[in-house]
Design a protein around this ligand. Structure first.
Ligand SMILES: Nc1ncnc2c1ncn2[C@@H]1O[C@H](COP(=O)(O)OP(=O)(O)OP(=O)(O)O)[C@@H](O)[C@H]1O
Ligand SMILES: [Mg+2]
Length: 316
């Protein structure tokens, strides 16, 4: 069964000079019930705009949005009733205790205080929030704040859950627990749509994704499809006390996507994590390695790669 369907969605905003900005430009995707779908893209791509139309906060300029079989324009109340939306915490929530955050969220979704108290136990347990229940998010670390936000989806039973950047900024340990909890919810039949800037995060969580840029889908499909496209890249920064002449040649053997050597610093981009590790061990064997860092490429880099490939395919 299709839980969420977005067909040829267009959303335009008026600009002050009288022209229009097409923030969402003909986007289509659908999400099966019980699946986790990721909407990815850099700042300004149109993720939140899409989410706002999905949640009936904004009317579409054109196209159709169905949630749980209900039309977002014709049946907004039924759509809202099918949804649990978790956004980044707003200013008011920052100053309420975690417990009051949960109570407010539950009440907003029509639960009685008794029902919320019952459900709160599970949410607190899942996300290890016992100790912070009487603290305010403003006083908590970024990662714990995120956990409080995500825990809210466990308070209500709506079939479709939307997490707008809710998982960004958690540390690895908490992320693991959160990923497991979200996966379990999906297995029990809830459909989850999340937005993120981070490909890596989507890889861990999502069954399928759409990458959007300037309001258009530039890549999409199941996570396996996307992995096969080889979009993920790794950056390796190596700082040496001194660099021998042979290093460049040795690193070239690994066929890096990019290699820059300036003074005693080497920057390498590769497609495989294991290649980055191989180069690192080569660097260590020189005995002159002072500092290293491995990071994953940002979505922006992925777009550059996608656009380059498109140009190459078109012979430009
Ligand atoms: N209410 C609005 N009025 C006019 N323009 C808007 C409005 N909201 C968003 N935009 C513009 O629409 C485009 C898409 O914005 P949107 O917030 O959907 O992007 P996003 O992908 O969620 O970005 P971010 O990662 O920064 O949250 C941007 O160019 C933005 O400036
Ligand atoms: Mg946004």
């Amino acid at each position: 069964m299709i839980a969420v369907s977005v067909q040829n969605l267009v959303k335009e905003y008026p600009r002050p000079d009288g022209t229009t900005l097409r923030a969402v430009d003909d986007i289509s995707f659908s999400v099966e019930q019980g699946r986790i779908f990721g909407l990815l893209g850099p700042n300004g791509a149109g993720k939140s705009t899409t989410i706002k139309v999905l949640t009936t906060l904004l009317p579409p300029t054109a196209g159709t949005v169905l949630v749980n079989g209900f039309d977002a324009v014709a049946q907004p109340l039924q759509v809202r009733n099918s949804l649990c939306v978790v956004l980044q915490e707003n200013a008011v929530e920052m100053f309420l205790t975690v417990r009051h955050n949960f109570l407010t969220f539950g009440r907003f979704h029509g639960l009685s205080s008794a029902a919320i108290e019952r459900r709160m136990g599970r949410a607190v347990e899942l996300f290890g929030l016992h100790e912070v229940l009487h603290q305010k998010p403003i006083d908590l670390s970024g990662g714990v704040k995120r956990r409080v936000q995500v825990a809210k989806m466990f308070l209500v039973d709506k079939p479709v859950v939307i997490l707008d950047e809710a998982t960004t900024g958690m540390d690895t340990f908490n992320k693991r627990a959160t990923v497991n909890a979200i996966r379990e919810e999906a297995r029990s039949g809830r459909t989850i749509i999340l937005t993120t800037h981070m490909l890596e995060e989507a890889e861990e969580l999502c069954d399928s994704i759409a990458i959007i840029n300037h309001g258009r889908i530039v890549a999409g499909g199941t996570m396996d499809d996307v992995k096969k496209m080889g979009l993920q890249m790794f950056y390796l920064t190596l700082k040496f006390n001194e660099i021998g002449k042979e290093l460049q040649e040795l690193v070239q053997k690994f066929a890096p996507v990019k290699l820059d050597i300036v003074d005693n610093e080497v920057n390498v981009t590769v497609r495989e994590h294991h290649t980055a590790l191989d180069i690192l061990s080569l660097a260590r064997s020189t005995g002159a390695l002072k500092h290293f860092e491995i990071t994953t490429a940002s979505l922006e880099d992925v777009f550059v790669e996608l656009i380059d490939r498109k140009r190459a395919a078109e012979g430009r």
